[in-house]
Design a protein around this ligand. Sequence first.
Ligand code: FES
Length: 235
Amino acid sequence: MTDEVVETVASHRSEQLAEQLPNHIVVVMSWADANSAEAWREQARVLGAECAFVQGATPALAEVLDECKDRQEIVLVPVTLDAALGKSWVSRIARWWMGEANWQGKMQMAPVVRGELERLPSREELTELRAGGAGLTNPAWENQPPVSKHVIVCQGPRCHAKGAAETMRRINAVLAREGMADTSVLVTQAGCLYPCNRAPVVCVQPDMDWIGPVHADDAEGLVADLQRGIRREAN
Ligand code: FES
């Protein structure tokens, strides 16, 4: 064979191999993780993978799956910096999408990587996902919660840098201990709420009170005030 023919065969073979490789999608799991969206995108790019987000940034996982629809094999690689976060939403969304899109390929998921993503998973580490299962709806999610207060904890970049994730964890823990979580107080997270100079910022509705800084150690006091109906206007 001439050098030219050898080169053509080699290039054809590498194209074939590339075709056989599954699409890897790095799936960024939490809202707080999405504050570092650009860094995750770069980690995925370096590894030759797509990047998708479960919440807090784009593209959404379902959007990226739509783009990969022509592939026969997809590997999801869930990543987060949150040590406590489960991975059920990644598999739920993927299995729901497979059913909606009537996708017949092979979907696999790697174990959650908690920290920087340094390599793609080996085939031995993967678990296969099947369409269907729990899905995105549940009878328990039909009605609004019977709460009188809505605490919105900013997870925007300034607040996140100043400890908003821990603030939210502690508020949730105190409310759970007091039996108030989702029964009298709903806690949700949001992007920038505007008065960033007072980070970490918390907004209490329907009072329209923007409070900050609210550090983790302030959670007990904040919940006690909510219990007693004391408003904390901007402090
Ligand atoms: S980042 Fe939290 S108020 Fe702006």
